[in-house]
Write a new protein. Sequence first.
Length: 385
Amino acid sequence: MDQQQIRSAELVAKYLKNTLSSEETKELELLSEKFPHLKSWLEDSDQSMAQINSRISKYPPLDLEKDWQDILTRRKSVRNTAKSMRKWWAIAASILAISIVGAGLFAIRYDQKSSIEENHTAAILPGTDNAVLTLSDGAKIVLEAGGSHTIVDGDVQLQTVNDMLDYRSVKHTESQRHVLQVPLGGTYHIQLSDGTKIWLNADSELDFPSFFTGNERRVKIRGEAYFEIAKDASKPFKVDIHGTEVEALGTAFNINTHLYSGKIKTILTEGKIKVTNGAESKIINAGYETISSMSGIEVKQADIEEALAWKEGYFYFNSKRIKEVLEDIARWYQLDLDILTPLADKKYMGGIKKSASIDKVCAILNDLTPYEVLVDNRKLIIKQK
């Protein structure tokens, strides 16, 4: 899979340079049957090189060395089975291939846009590290990327470090209840007093104590969060999510309430967790996920990359329906979602950097799906082509 993706990128790059041999042209045509998003380049074979160059020039300069090093770094962070590793390399190859051809395997079809239309999206920027911390007395502190804050709440004193709230210095004080809220278009990272690390995705909330007391460690979340739990066998770590409880010891997992209405998805990447929903409990091992709802707890094999990609800076939509992809994008760019056509139940494969402009995200989706995706007046609109 990964070799074919890289080969496809090489052939598309040669096609753009008009240096394909007849054998390579046939090879590219065969590959386009497997990767339908390549077809737009072949179907537009009568366009001039000036038009092709204009099409490619819409992308910012690429740093291939940096892109590849990013892929290697992310690969090292995935500690799982050989099967999962092979899947990660397939995705990494796809990401690298996108860089090779100037945005990619997901070849982008740009319609001519007026300067007025471009101005509509110019102010729509990717999300950043930002959040609001509510203290025990109700005071709110705005936390922004690059900012430095000293936080005082009773005996609790701490500072933000490298765009992260760090509570490890809070010891043997009266515990205060704090709430960390991440808005649309934001993410944030926090380290609790016990050393547990939590990454919050856009439109998410964490309710937690400034210092853990008693014989357990308990927090509440809404939205999506990735946890790396500090080991403490004497104090189990428990997460409350809308009536479901996830209990962990020395574990890493992702919890998401955004995907399905009334359902909670938990993906376990390391260790073991116990998921309790009412009177029902399930114990699962790394590599599995649960879907909790009023009807019970469903357990199945997980896609580990889904749990890791968002906090590493990627939209990941392997085996996701287009509506789920659009909802992720709308949360990140702070857009309202306006669906003007029935959406098929088809699942897609791919990934997009969360640092990409909204124009480029829409262009990729336009080429990957049978829909037209555009932004107008802070609305992400999807309609039939």
